[in-house]
Design a protein around this ligand. Structure first.
Ligand code: NAD
Length: 269
């Protein structure tokens, strides 16, 4: 039997990157999808959403902003009306941001926190009553390795992801006895439009390869590798997993390499 047979997944940020990859992976495993995104899917990773809809007829994508509680409420109500339930919530809508604290504009700080943190709260708040009524559900927040450790100039982004991690743990405590599991995924740097727009900024060409090298597997991750982790957390295979931040980072947070491997007898690579 498919791993998500009969389940309904509400996915924010479903039009691109990790959200779209989750949609496609979940659809392959029998789920039907209710996507939510401020944008329509376009080329590249947007094709994952289109593939998901082909795999799971009846899936829909509502356009809206995760900062807009009314729009989220309408999309969640439409999903419940169409499919009768919501078993999985993936909070993937997010934006990159940052700047040292004395330089970042207050509006930019608010934009980042409002989308990454408050958007996660608002979507969860709308879906939870349905899961509570069912007595079951799996919620997955997209946090980041930048919710675990700092990053030069990260400020608002790191603060938003660190807060998402603790929101996840608190929700795991509050809803565990109601049959609802809540987990987070902490991706390393993943090849998506978000990462490429940040790395495409002028002057960052050399930095890109240094960041890639900081992953012990020697490469950036792929969106489907995050979707595989989300599939596990969404499925009944993770029935005893809650309050957990699953790091999927190619070894980015494992530690540091300072080039002394050769002295220790390792091949130089
Ligand atoms: N790509 C990475 O390296 C990486 C690493 C760690 C964590 N993450 C997190 O994973 C999540 C997905 O990122 P991605 O790399 O797939 O990015 P992406 O830009 O490819 O996709 C994000 C999607 O969210 C949507 N979105 C953004 N703001 C929105 C809003 N206000 N309302 C509704 N939708 C909105 C965008 O339209 C887009 O479709 C984000 O939360 C991001 O912070 C990404």
């Amino acid at each position: 039997m498919a791993r998500l047979e009969g389940k309904v997944a509400f996915i924010t940020g479903a039009a691109s990157g990790i959200g779209a990859a989750c949609a496609k992976r979940f659809a392959k495993e029998g789920a039907v999808l209710a996507g939510f995104d401020r944008d329509e899917p376009v080329g590249g990773s947007g094709d994952d959403w289109k593939a998901a809809v082909e795999l799971a007829p009846g899936s829909t994508l509502q356009t809206g902003d995760v900062r807009d509680d009314e729009a989220l409420g309408a999309a969640v109500a439409a999903a419940k009306q169409a499919h009768g339930r919501i078993d999985i919530l993936v909070n993937s809508a997010g934006v990159g941001s940052g700047g040292p604290v004395h330089l970042i504009e207050i509006e930019e700080w608010d934009r980042c926190i409002d989308i990454n943190l408050k958007g996660t709260f608002l979507a969860s708040r709308r879906v939870l009553p349905i899961m509570l009524e069912q007595g079951s559900g799996s919620i997955i927040h997209l946090a980041s390795v930048e919710g675990i450790e700092g990053f030069e100039g990260g400020s608002a982004y790191n603060a938003s992801k660190g807060a998402v991690m603790l929101l996840m743990r608190n929700m795991a405590i509050d809803y565990g006895r109601k049959g609802i599991r809540v987990n987070a995924i902490c991706p390393g740097f993943i090849d998506t439009p978000l990462m490429n727009s940040v790395m495409g900024m002028p002057g960052l060409e050399a930095v890109r390869s240094r960041i890639e090298d900081a992953h012990q597997l020697g490469r950036f991750g792929r969106a489907e590798e995050i979707a595989n982790a989300a599939l596990f957390l969404a499925s009944d295979e993770a029935s005893f997993v809650t309050g957990h931040a699953l790091v999927v980072d190619g070894g980015y947070t494992a530690g540091h390499r300072f080039g002394i491997g050769q002295l220790m007898g390792l091949d130089d690579d």
